[in-house]
Design a protein around this ligand. Structure first.
Ligand code: ZN
Length: 268
């Protein structure tokens, strides 16, 4: 198939509704992976989130299950999410960065993660691609061979999500770590059976009831993203988006040695 261009994956409006996804039989037939298949016992997981809240939306249940197992992951926040409220009279970017950092710590606390397991890189929100080399360098410094590394997906449709995945894939190749990629905005811009998505590489993790409960609570910690903005814009995370991301499963594209999941991969 043709390589997927970022312009074709537009995040606007309400996106594909959850009822459509649930009505697609192939969603319920995706192969399952167990917790130990994703992150073997005793292995450190490193979760790389472009913005505060992506760690919860993409993999909050996984984080809770790892914490419950006694293997709390290291969570790396790439940006402080300070560009989520453009034109706000309530928040300066600095205030928003501080507030969203606190939201991230509160959310992670609800997943069982201590503040010392959160590494804040504070790259500029919306400009991760321009800081590729700096991000790769920061990641290489932290990663250890054998870590199981997870990030957003390289074709997720949000420039920071894609740039983060690319930097993580470079760092993982250098550090010899498997790299799993978790979609966030795929569920918004794609449609069931969408040929732009490499469905055959997608695995799903069933969340325990406790992990589901903790994930719900952790999402609520990100109040700045769940409420209407003072410039009249709707919430960054509309109820429809939250609904799509609170399934009892989380989804991960498998590591591909020497290849990058996402743009250019053939659909299935
Ligand atoms: Zn994000």
């Amino acid at each position: 198939m043709e390589p997927v261009s970022a312009a074709s994956r537009v995040i606007q409006g309400q996106g594909t509704c959850e009822a459509q996804w649930q009505a697609w039989p192939a969603l319920h037939a995706l192969p399952q992976i167990g917790l130990a298949g994703l992150v073997p016992v005793g292995v450190r997981a490193v979760i790389v989130a472009p913005h505060p809240d992506d760690e919860v939306l993409a993999s909050g249940g996984l984080i809770a299950m790892l914490a419950a197992r006694g293997d709390p992951p290291l969570v790396i926040g790439v940006t402080d999410g300070d560009a989520s409220h453009p034109g706000s009279t309530r928040w300066s970017p600095e205030e928003l960065a501080a507030f969203r950092h606190e939201e991230a710590l509160t959310g992670l606390g609800r997943l069982g993660i201590e503040p010392q397991n959160y590494l804040r890189l504070s790259l500029p929100d919306g400009r991760v691609q321009a800081h590729h080399a700096q991000l790769v360098e920061s990641l290489v410094r932290v990663l250890r061979a054998g870590d199981a590394v997870l990030s957003t997906w390289a074709a997720d449709g949000h420039p920071d999500h894609e740039a983060t995945a690319l930097a993580v894939s470079v760092a993982c190749a250098a550090a010899r770590c498997p790299h799993w990629q978790s979609p966030v905005w795929l569920w918004h811009w794609a449609a069931p059976g969408d040929r732009r998505v490499p469905w055959a590489q997608l695995r799903r993790l069933r969340l325990t009831p406790d992990a589901q409960r903790r994930k719900h609570l952790a999402v609520q910690a990100h109040a700045s993203q769940l409420t209407a903005q003072d410039n009249g814009a709707p919430p960054v995370l509309a109820p429809s988006a939250v609904q799509r991301l609170l399934r009892p499963f989380e989804y991960f594209f498998m590591p591909l040695p020497g290849r990058r999941a996402g743009a250019g991969e053939s659909g299935a």
